[in-house]
Design a protein around this ligand. Structure first.
Ligand SMILES: NC(=O)c1ccc[n+]([C@@H]2O[C@H](COP(=O)([O-])OP(=O)(O)OC[C@H]3O[C@@H](n4cnc5c(N)ncnc54)[C@H](OP(=O)(O)O)[C@@H]3O)[C@@H](O)[C@H]2O)c1
Length: 286
């Protein structure tokens, strides 16, 4: 929405304000922040710790805020700070997310809850805080970062895939409900993109209990944490550049999927279940 909806003339149009969650260096959110800034947006880059985005600290294009999407208070504080400073939020990007690897029959419910608290309720918490400000102006755009994992849920990442499937469903409903208030809603669906997701997933995985029934699958389960970080993964800068171009269109697409595995997963989605199961079992050594 920024460039085209707001025009190119800096004197006529204020710079669009884009609020992004999960902007730690090395991740997709950080690359999105830089790409929005390169497209003349004012970027509110947020992460749980300011330290994790220290390289953006002295760049005037960024307004840095600490934000934990699991906390009502943190979300309210940041949204208030942004509205006080800029008077509006034009684009909200719900990027913050966590992977959770393990067999569903044994993953502790607390780990499943933490995943949903971040990926699903964290995004909705942001949306509920930001929408009133957009609705008043009858203008705005919400971008939810889903995952191709939701298109064909395979072994060992059922928690993450289910959380992203929930987010996709929320996104579809929001697009219809918020259209009345001039708010566009975009589902951004990354394929395999270089980031810290595997390192963070492995750190979480190392805190899991020892598997019982699934002990023989230990190596395959652990490997699932790094699946998106192979040699052919799409660089986060390339992903961000293309995503930002789509998001800033006058009429942004309802669905934007990009990156390694995105075509493969779209095909998997349409396969008959017996074929999809066959490929996923082979791929995940299940
Ligand atoms: N990379 C891929 O291949 C891929 C594929 C499909 C979808 N995605 C999605 O893309 C998004 C970005 O992931 P990524 O690949 O860039 O992974 P990443 O490098 O691990 O980045 C995730 C970001 O989310 C933040 N985060 C986690 N919990 C949070 C919380 N409670 N509050 C606020 N921020 C929180 C992390 O902060 P900390 O640094 O503090 O942990 C980090 O900044 C996620 O939604 C992910 O599911 C990624």
């Amino acid at each position: 929405m920024c460039m085209e909806k707001h025009g190119h003339d800096e004197e006529e149009q204020p710079k669009p304000v884009v609020l992004i969650t999960g902007c730690s260096t090395g991740g997709i959110g950080h690359a999105l922040a830089r790409s929005f800034a390169a497209n003349r947006c004012r970027v509110v880059a947020t992460s749980r710790s300011r330290w994790s985005m220290a390289d953006l600290e002295h760049d005037h294009r960024f307004f840095l805020q600490e934000l934990d999407v699991q906390s009502d208070e943190s979300v309210r504080k940041v949204v208030d700070a942004v509205v006080n400073k800029f008077g509006r939020i034009d684009v909200l990007v719900n990027n913050a997310g966590v992977q959770c690897v393990g067999p569903l029959a044994e993953v502790p419910l607390s780990a499943i809850q933490n995943t949903f608290d971040t990926n699903v309720f964290g995004s909705l918490r942001m949306i509920q805080a930001v929408v009133p400000h957009m609705a008043v102006r009858k203008e705005g755009e919400i971008v939810n970062v889903g995952s191709v994992g939701a298109l064909a849920s395979g072994p060992w990442s059922g928690t993450y895939n289910a959380s992203k499937a929930a987010l996709h469903a929320f996104t579809d409903t929001l697009r219809l409900e918020l259209g009345h208030f001039g708010i566009d809603v975009v589902n951004v669906v990354p394929g395999a993109i270089t980031s810290n997701i595997a390192n963070n997933a492995l750190a979480n995985y190392n805190r899991m209990p020892e598997w019982k029934l699934f002990k023989p699958f230990e190596a395959a389960i652990r490997d699932r944490a790094s699946l998106s970080q192979g040699s052919k993964s799409t660089p986060s800068e390339e992903f961000a550049k293309n995503t930002v171009a789509a998001v800033l269109k006058k009429n942004p697409p309802a669905w934007f999927s990009y990156g390694h595995y995105s075509t493969f997963m779209a095909i998997m989605y349409h396969l008959p279940l017996f074929l999809r199961d066959f490929f996923l079992k082979k791929l995940m050594k299940c």
